[in-house]
Write a protein that binds this ligand. Structure first.
Ligand code: SF4
Ligand code: SF4
Length: 206
């Protein structure tokens, strides 16, 4: 638990460092363009995009070095910031992800039920202060296999596709997360800073 907390404190610290480095680098590139709006737009739309794409490919490439350790944790505990009612409502409006999620996972009766199975992990999530909802899949077998493996939905095939989501402590993809941490934080920083510069460009401040 302490280890996990330290991990997230470190993550925030690293993100700050990465953010400042990326901001300085991008500002430097823009300064060289000498207020030429077309060139700045081209830099933000194409050069930055190309860089983000390369970084994303690297993230996916590294993922190939890891495979599922079949601990079953992601089938027994899926977390969403949306309640079942909200997911159903989103699904009825055609949200593909909500539709798949709600047809794969059932909500736990209450948080205590989930906590019985994943005490430390749930405790940590509670401490984060964020309101989340806990779900589980009825199709996982006792030996942690998927009983509908060949027809499992794409949210299961793609898991864990989000390199910044919090993985279960038993997940064998944690090594992947660690190996790509800086790359992912760089992508996040570049994306956020690009939006900032785009707005500044629109306002005529660059
Ligand atoms: S459908 Fe299969 S892979 Fe997906 S959560 Fe359920 S048991 Fe796990
Ligand atoms: S938590 Fe990770 S290792 Fe465990 S079943 Fe899911 S993907 Fe596999």
């Amino acid at each position: 638990m302490e280890k996990l907390k330290e991990h997230y404190t470190q993550l925030v610290k690293t993100y700050r460092e990465v953010f400042v480095a990326v901001l300085n680098a991008m500002q430097g590139e823009i300064n060289v363009l000498n207020h030429d709006k077309e060139k700045i737009k081209n830099y933000l739309d194409n050069d930055v995009e190309e860089h983000i794409k390369l970084q994303r490919n690297l993230v996916l490439e590294r993922r190939k070095n890891f495979e599922c350790g079949k601990c079953g944790a992601c089938c027994r505990l899926a977390i969403s910031v949306f309640s079942p009612a909200v997911l159903l409502e989103k699904a009825s409006r055609g949200d593909k992800f909500a539709k798949e999620f709600i047809s794969t996972f059932s909500p736990y009766e209450n948080v205590e039920e989930a906590e019985k199975i994943f005490p430390l992990y749930i405790q940590l999530l509670k401490e984060s202060g964020e309101t989340v909802y806990y779900y589980y899949c009825k199709k996982v077998t006792e030996d942690n296999l998927c009983s509908v493996y060949d027809n499992r939905p794409s949210i299961c095939r793609d898991y864990p596709d989000n390199p910044i989501q919090m993985l279960h402590p038993t997940c064998s993809f944690i090594g992947w997360h660690e190996s790509i941490q800086k790359i992912v934080l760089t992508i996040k920083a570049m994306t956020e800073i690009r939006e900032h510069f785009r707005k500044e460009l629109e306002k005529g401040n660059l």
